[in-house]
Structure formats: C-alpha cells, structure tokens
Design a protein around this ligand. Structure first.
Ligand code: AMP
Ligand code: MG
Length: 321
C-alpha cells in the first residue's frame, strides 16, 4: 500500500510517499522564506500555489511512480494557518477527484508524534512537542491523547523567532539555528522564569529581552540567556510530567527539537531519572509531508470522499475532527 501525503500548515509545502513498512519513497519540500519578519499567511499560500504542481511532479519522479499507483491521499487538515492549509487540501482534492482516490485528513501534531515514534523506535514515551506554534507535553494511552501541560501564550518557536526579529537577527522566518549560533558566544543575563505547574509562558520574557536589547545588551548574551532560561523552564515541566506519569522515555519532537542545548539539558534530566531521552532526527524535526504520510497510513480507516474534507485550523491533538 502506498500513501501520498501533503503538508502545508505553515512555512513548508511538502509532498511525500510512504509504503506500509514506513519506507519513504519520496519526500520533497519547499520552504517559504522572508527577508525579514514572520510568515505572512497569504504570501506563503501564494508561493505554495505557484510551486505545488511542480513539486508534485518532482515527488512522483523521485518515487518513480504515477498517481494511478497511489492507494490513498493524506493531507494536513489542521492545526495551521488557514490560507496555507487550504493550498494542501485543494491539491489533495484535485488529485483525489481526478484519480478517484479517498483522502485521510491528518492532524499535524499527531503526525509529528508518530514520525518521532517510528524513527526513534520509542515505545511508550512522554512527548515534548516544541514547534513554531506549539509547546505541549503529551501522552498517548491506547488511542487517546492527553495534553498534560502547554504554553499559556505563544509557542516556543514563535517566541524565539519573535525575539530574534526584535533584536535584528536578519532574514527569517525561522531563526532557531541563528539564535543557537549567537548563544555559543554569550554570557548569562537573568531573565524572568515563568512556570505554572506543567504550563509555561514566554511572551513576558520576549518583551524583557527586547527591552534589554534596546538598552544596549549584546545579541550574543541575549540569545544565550533566552536559551538557558526558556529551556530550563521546559526541562522543569518535563521532569514534573515524567514524575507524574512514571514514564521512562522522553521523546522530543517539533522544529525546536533541532536545538542541541535543549536536547543536552533534557538529556541530563533524563539520565538523573534513569530514563531514555530521544529526539526525532533533525531532518524530520520540522514540518514535512513524510510524517503526514505515515500518520495517514496509521489511520487508513478514516479515509473520506474528497467533498467531505475540510480544514480545522485549531484542531487540538486530543480532539476528534
Ligand atoms: P516547526 O513548526 O515544527 O516546523 O518548527 C519551526 C520552529 O523551529 C521555528 O520557530 C524555528 O525557529 C525553530 N527551530 C528550528 N531549528 C532550531 C534550533 N536549532 N533551535 C531553536 N529553534 C529552532
Ligand atoms: Mg509543525
């Protein structure tokens, strides 16, 4: 069985093909960039619209397949930015109608969790999901997802990106690697530490760091201090969730999982608890369609006719569509 899937929830338009064994036959993506500033959803959608058909052609060429040989289409239905989600869904519908296929609407977050599990061979982990828009501690018990803690305001990646824009770190919209580079040469400035139980908040710290920059603090010091403070907060709530659930495995997923300092801190905490700390391989940490294809494969029974498919921009991981 072969699933072709499309991801377009934010900055990345991806198309991938997977077989039932979890082998990716193709995994193509384009990423929307900005000279400065964050994602403008309508602009990203325009880029996706222009590029998506050539990306589909490229994906099929890579897999040496035709659309007739695909069994089912998977597509991200949410959560995400509506104009971007609609681009993926409209391509999925176009293919499904033309080739008489069914569509599986996929929850983007469940897909992040599933590809992490597949690639790290984790068995029963606590998930720390840290992406642009999301920051959540999640467990999965049988087929039910539970959110144990989360950000009370902005997602971790978005907080880092906003901070980077405020301190003039250059081209965007994804600044994580740049912050990590600057942080290597920085020294610590105390910032507000904001943890409430298993929840965290980031916007106050972003404002505080921005104000310090305006008063002359060095970019390197601010990047270092942001990382140290925010990642310590995450490590604290993750440890609390591990103690609460008794889990012996942590699985870090989402774009910010690419950060080496975050993984190092979590690794120390896990070692002290005699737990395993795993992170999704970097190439699959951010958004891509391989994870959507694999999640669609897990939910084959949810296949629908194209006219039944719609987007759900605020679809939480623990909710039914
Ligand atoms: P996602 O939404 O899962 O695609 O993740 C995107 C987010 O990950 C963006 O906010 C990036 O800035 C962030 N990110 C990517 N690489 C890193 C890194 N090395 N350190 C921190 N954040 C990162
Ligand atoms: Mg994502």
């Amino acid at each position: 069985m072969k699933v072709l899937a499309i991801e377009s929830s934010a900055h990345t338009f991806g198309i991938a093909i997977v077989n039932e064994k979890g082998r990716f036959l193709a995994d193509e993506r384009i990423i929307y960039h900005t000279k400065s500033g964050g994602i403008v959803p309508q602009e990203a959608a325009k880029v996706f619209e222009t590029e998506k058909h050539s990306l589909l052609k490229k994906t099929l060429e890579k897999a040496k397949m035709s659309l007739e040989e695909i069994d089912i289409i998977g597509v991200t239905a949410g959560p995400g930015l509506p104009p971007c989600l609609l681009q993926g869904v409209s391509l999925a519908k176009e293919i499904a109608k033309k080739y008489n296929k069914k569509i599986i609407p996929v929850n983007h977050i469940r897909a992040h969790l599933s590809i992490g599990t597949l690639l790290t061979k984790a068995k029963d982990p606590l998930f720390l999901f840290v992406s642009g828009a999301n920051t959540q501690l999640i467990t999965k018990e049988k087929d039910t997802y539970y959110i144990l803690g989360e950000t009370l305001d902005t997602g971790l990646g978005n907080a880092l990106d906003k901070f980077a824009r405020n301190i003039d770190l250059g081209e965007g919209p994804l600044y994580g690697p740049k912050i990590e580079e600057y942080a290597k040469k920085g020294r610590y400035i105390p910032l507000t530490y904001s943890v409430k139980g298993m929840d965290v908040a980031f916007s106050g710290i972003v404002t505080q760091a921005t104000n310090l920059y305006k008063k002359g603090a060095k970019k390197e010091d601010l990047c270092y201090s942001m990382q140290e403070t925010i990642f310590a907060m995450l490590t604290e709530i993750t440890e609390r969730a591990m103690a609460f659930t008794g889990k012996k495995e942590l699985l870090l997923i989402g774009g910010v999982a690419a950060n080496k300092r975050l993984t190092a801190m979590l690794d120390i905490m896990c070692k002290e608890r005699k737990a395993a700390c795993r992170a999704v391989p970097m190439y699959y940490a951010g958004d891509q369609a391989a994870m959507i294809a694999w999640q669609a494969m897990q939910e084959k029974e949810n296949a629908k006719n194209p006219e039944e498919i719609d987007i759900n921009p605020r679809w939480r991981v623990n909710q039914k569509l």
